[in-house]
Design a protein around this ligand. Structure first.
Ligand SMILES: [Zn+2]
Length: 67
């Protein structure tokens, strides 16, 4: 199982980045992150600067999708 299959989602209320399964992100909203948080925006890869590389990646999503 690879960890590259996640997109970076963003919770609009907190600006925290969350991991969204790629197959979900390719479909229509609403999207729900691995930790169960609804996200309003999906942008880029979870492994990139919009996700783990951002200023505030979700610790639960980071545990569930380490990279
Ligand atoms: Zn999360």
């Amino acid at each position: 199982m690879t960890s590259s299959g996640h997109a970076a989602g963003r919770d609009q209320e907190t600006d925290r980045a969350h991991a969204v399964p790629r197959e979900d992100a390719d479909g229509p909203p609403p999207w729900v992150a691995l930790c169960g948080t609804p996200v309003a925006v999906v942008q880029g890869s979870w492994a990139g600067r919009r996700g783990l590389g951002s200023g505030d990646p979700c610790p639960d999503c980071r545990r569930l999708a380490p990279g």
